[in-house]
Design a protein around this ligand. Structure first.
Ligand SMILES: *Cc1c(COP(=O)(O)O)cnc(C)c1O
Length: 793
């Protein structure tokens, strides 16, 4: 369509929605109204590609991917839809004609924060790539009423408040009251005439809400189906009329609790009954739904594996195995061992962590009480596994039901999320099962969608790339390699730096407006944003910052490289050490930022409430990416990929996908430091390793003394006594052992940053060489190795 005509049509549609969908007069419309009207106008344009994709899938009776994930960390959608439809410029211009600022309208949308961090963001990137590649797929998850909590700071401490994205209408979803399934809990199991019947004690209803997930250039559109819990029983009018108002609403309140909140725990397992109910709730609804869809066009459930590839994003939906077996046997009369076989041919399981505290285990009595039928099925799966393999690995062990073992045994493939992680999965968590099933574990290194993480969030760099290598790269990211030959070119370098500068200026005005802070755009922007966790070692970054501050103070006239240290991230509400680290960062920031001697060289910024939208502003502005986890602990990381793609250099350990990023960008364009995964294991066996490391490092010794003596908390000198003590006495994540190597490498970073040409060249080579980390590549890998699904266009 001609742009001018398109613009006129879009304008008419926006005004029509403003009037007829929102009931608002143009003269009295708020940014919210304009955002709704624009979104609705855009949503209308998604419906046809959506229907076309569904129709093609049915016509081909194609195999579909079902991606089951407890979390989808989506962020905003309005720009995503605009760029996939290819009318971002038209939308901007149309809003301008209507007297509205497009960027402000876009920023009015709340983030869909239905996830904690990397795992949920990966699921969102995968939806984008599945649609971009034209692979028929459903994402299945929970429509949480409250997403991840909002983080505020009070006197430097984290305060959590409830997030409320559904307080406003969610324009992207379509409610499906007609699509709902009963979900049972508790009760007992009986046998009659050779049939097993589960009689649940309570039942809730899972109701579907569908959101179209549009791919690049709108060539394909899949569905994200999220389940909300609703009561099965009708409203109890009798109680109400008796005056028992609370009693009348009790069943409804109880049911709704299940999809009320996202658990805010990242990589630690909480083992709470409600969590188990959430997991079974969305898994059962999804399995019932995909069986219904299969039977609408097929008749023999024995062929389900030809039509359904079910992927489990971590063990949260691992109950999918027993649930599918239950439905095949109890409802569809398939013999149980055949049902187990069919189920295994459908299931793939992605492992996301090696941290022992993150592996899901349910107390046996709790599990058997909530899911008695599934408990029995698990016993049968376990017996068969023990008999057929001679293995002694049990699913039910020491009074626990182990979801990792269940997922492994019930999946035809198990994958790790980076090369290193996959090898460690084979050696550690699933070492014994790997010996029994040596072909089951495969690797699929994580990726990120370049549409959101470059095309949309970094417009200055996008334009430079377009004008240098053309516009075919967003769905073929390896084309970025063509930038490499310009890495030394002075004029290209100048433009590359100008793009970075624009992004920094955008960040400065954003920070200024939100938090009233600014920074020097010539300074190196050194960023660590991710969940706050001991293994990610924000503490090591902070200790190094203090050491650098000490160094500057001792010799304030030297030509120090000015740095702005940015921290961002949330701590799980019950994770005390992580919360103390947040408090310490804020306390240190207060002292350092007010030091007149060092203020030209060092500044700390910790904007609260890190989320996808903040990442989209911070990452394009960054010079240095901190990926400094204890080797062997970060399964992959995806933040590391976002930074490298946007031309930040990495300082990092040989952990997760850092290893592969370094291979792709070249060792000379990556600042490596620290112990390797195997050295970490060895060091832990040495007695008193932490104390010895501190005694060998005068710099570190001094920094720890400063913290312990209250330099950063004069009003409460012992505030951080326990953290310092922990550094001396346990330091499980080896902050002390890697400190010197980290400090020295940071000084090499300083030197490199002073050499502008060298730094720019390295940055360009990072962007040019990380095309492989597109989630399109990852999804092609899953499709080929695990799902055996094809693109339908
Ligand atoms: C990418 C992303 C993450 C994951 O970051 P890691 O550095 O890989 O832990 C977490 N949160 C948000 C908001 C993200 O966008």
């Amino acid at each position: 369509m001609n742009t001018k005509i398109f613009q006129i049509k879009l304008k008419q549609e926006i005004l029509r929605h403003l009037k007829y969908s929102l009931g608002k007069d143009q003269g009295h419309s708020t940014p919210y109204d304009w955002r709704m009207a624009l979104s609705l106008a855009m949503r209308d344009m998604v419906v046809d590609p959506w229907f076309d994709s569904t129709r093609k899938t049915y016509e081909a009776n194609a195999k579909r991917v079902y991606y089951l994930s407890m979390e989808f960390l989506i962020g905003r959608l309005i720009e995503d839809v605009a760029i996939n439809l290819g009318f971002e410029d038209v939308a901007r211009e149309t809003m301008r004609e209507l007297g509205q600022d497009y960027s402000r309208i876009v920023a009015n949308e709340p983030d869909a924060a239905l996830g904690n961090g990397g795992l949920g963001r990966l699921a969102a990137c995968f939806l984008d790539s599945l649609s971009t590649l034209g692979i028929p797929a459903y994402g299945y998850g929970i429509r949480y009423e409250h997403g991840l909590f909002e983080q505020h700071f009070e006197n430097g401490q984290q305060i959590e408040t409830a997030e409320g994205w559904l307080a406003q209408r969610n324009v992207w979803e379509f409610e499906r009251p007609e699509v709902s399934y009963p979900i049972g809990f508790g009760g007992h199991v009986s046998e009659s005439d050779g049939r097993t019947v589960w009689h649940p004690a309570e039942t809730v209803r899972a109701q579907a809400y569908d959101a179209p997930t549009l791919g690049w250039q709108a060539k394909w559109c899949n569905t994200l189906r999220l389940w909300a819990a609703k009561p099965t029983r009708k409203f109890d009018l009798e109680s109400f009329n008796r005056g028992d108002f609370l009693g009348a609403s009790a069943p409804e309140a109880l049911a709704r609790t299940i999809s009320r909140v996202l658990y805010p725990d990242d990589t630690t397992e909480i083992g709470k009954e409600l969590r188990l109910k959430q997991e079974y709730f969305f898994t059962s609804a999804s399995i019932q739904d995909l069986i219904r869809r299969f039977l609408s066009t097929n008749d023999d459930l024995r062929n389900l594996p030809d039509k359904a590839a079910i992927q489990l994003n971590d063990t949260h939906p691992a109950i999918a195995g027993p649930e599918l077996i239950r439905l095949l046997t109890d409802v569809h009369d398939i013999e149980i061992f055949e049902a187990i076989d069919i189920t295994r041919k459908c299931l793939g399981y992605t492992n996301h962590t090696l941290l022992p505290e993150a592996l899901e285990r349910w107390p046996e009595h709790l599990f058997a009480r909530i899911l008695p039928r599934h408990y029995r099925i698990i016993e049968i799966i376990q017996d068969q596994h023990l008999k057929e393999t001679g293995s002694n690995i049990r699913i039910i062990d020491h009074g626990n039901v182990n979801m990792g073992e269940l997922a492994f045994i019930m999946a035809h493939h198990v994958n790790g999320v980076s090369a290193l992680h996959t090898e460690l999965v084979k050696e550690t968590v699933f070492g014994d099962l790997h010996k029994v099933y040596p072909k089951r574990i495969v690797n699929e290194t994580n990726g990120i969608t370049p549409r959101r993480w470059l095309y949309s969030c970094n417009k200055p760099l996008r334009e430079l790339i377009n004008s240098t290598i053309g516009t075919k790269w967003p769905d073929n990211l390896e084309r970025l390699k063509r930038l490499a030959k310009h890495a030394d070119d002075a004029s290209f370098q100048g433009e590359f730096r100008a793009a970075k500068r624009q992004n920094k200026e955008r960040l400065i005005s954003w920070l200024n407006e939100r938090n009233g802070v600014t920074f020097n755009p010539d300074a190196m922007l050194d960023v660590q944003v991710k969940r706050i966790h001991e293994y990610k070692r924000q503490l090591m970054n902070l200790l190094e910052t203090i050491a650098y501050w000490n160094e500057i103070k001792e010799n304030p006239t030297k030509d120090w490289t000015p740095r702005v240290k940015v921290f961002g991230g949330k701590a799980a509400p019950g994770y005390e050490v992580a919360k103390q680290i947040i408090h310490l960062i804020n306390d240190v920031a207060k002292v350092i930022n007010n030091d007149p001697v060092t203020k030209d060289y060092l500044q700390i910024i910790f904007p609260p409430n890190y989320n996808v939208s903040m990442a989209e502003i911070l990452i394009p502005a960054s010079d240095l990416s901190e990926q400094i986890s204890t080797a062997g602990k970060e399964a992959s990381g995806t933040g590391n990929m976002k930074f490298a793609l946007n031309g930040a250099l990495t300082i990092g350990t040989l952990d997760g996908a850092n290893v592969e990023i370094r291979e792709h960008v070249g060792a000379e364009n990556f600042f490596l430091f620290g112990l390797t995964a195997s050295e970490v294991v060895e060091r832990r066996n040495e007695p008193d390793y932490a104390r010895r490391a501190i005694e060998a490092s005068p710099r570190l010794y001094r920094v720890l003394n400063q913290i312990a003596s209250g330099v950063f908390s004069p009003e409460e000198t012992h505030r951080y006594g326990s953290i310092v003590q922990m550094m001396y006495e346990s330091d499980y994540f080896l902050v002390t052992c890697d400190f010197d190597s980290y400090f020295d490498t940071q000084r090499k970073v300083d030197e490199a940053y002073k050499d502008t040409k060298l730094w720019t060249k390295m940055a360009i080579l990072n962007t040019a060489n990380v095309g492989w980390f597109s989630s399109d590549r990852t999804i092609k890998g899953y499709a080929k190795d695990i799902w055996h699904t094809k693109s339908l266009y």
